[in-house]
Design a protein around this ligand. Structure first.
Ligand SMILES: [Zn+2]
Length: 176
């Protein structure tokens, strides 16, 4: 899994452009739900399946649409936050993204670099790797909470939208 702080920060930065801070915190927090499987000592279980997430979300979204339509965008954002977690994991490691339809966990590896000498040579590689899905209980889990790069990125992703909304509110107060 990419570090947990990044799983939170990316949907936070996107949701903050549309929702209140409280609603944004809800959306971003739900992006952490797939990793709750570690409490069962199984990591990247069916909580990391787009199929399962979608099947669970359809009745919830339908219920929100019927009973509380004004919250439909928020509910959809919550679903997309969970999806963002799963997609981020796919680019990090083997993830059972299509469980139970596909018994394989998928990893997408994409890398790009450039060699600059007398010429400029870009190198781009992308591959999809699979291995059988395995929900074995782990004995130990060594997962990063944050890295230096992730901490800086996450801080920016959280702080910039907050600062922008504060500045926008102050501008509106002065204009009004
Ligand atoms: Zn995960």
């Amino acid at each position: 899994m990419p570090e947990i702080l990044l799983h939170f920060a990316i949907p936070f930065s996107l949701a903050k452009t549309k929702f209140s801070l409280k609603q944004t915190l809800l959306v971003a927090s739900l992006a952490l739900v797939p990793d709750m499987d570690v409490l069962l000592r199984i990591h990247r279980s069916m909580t990391h399946s787009l199929v399962v997430a979608t099947l669970v979300s359809i009745p919830v979204l339908t219920g929100v649409y019927i009973k509380k339509r004004k919250y439909l965008a928020l509910a959809a954002a919550c679903y997309l936050a969970i999806v963002s977690h799963i997609l981020l994991d796919v680019f990090q490691t083997y993830t059972p993204i299509l469980y139970p339809v596909l018994g394989e966990s998928i990893r997408v590896k994409a890398e790009g670099s450039v060699v600059i000498s007398s010429t400029i040579t870009p190198r781009v590689t992308a591959s999809v790797q699979t291995k059988p899905t395995d929900f074995t209980v782990f004995q130990t889990l060594d997962a990063p909470l944050y890295t230096s790069e992730g901490l800086v990125s996450s801080t920016m992703l959280i702080a910039v939208p907050i600062l922008l909304s504060m500045r926008l509110r102050r501008f509106r107060e002065n204009a009004g």
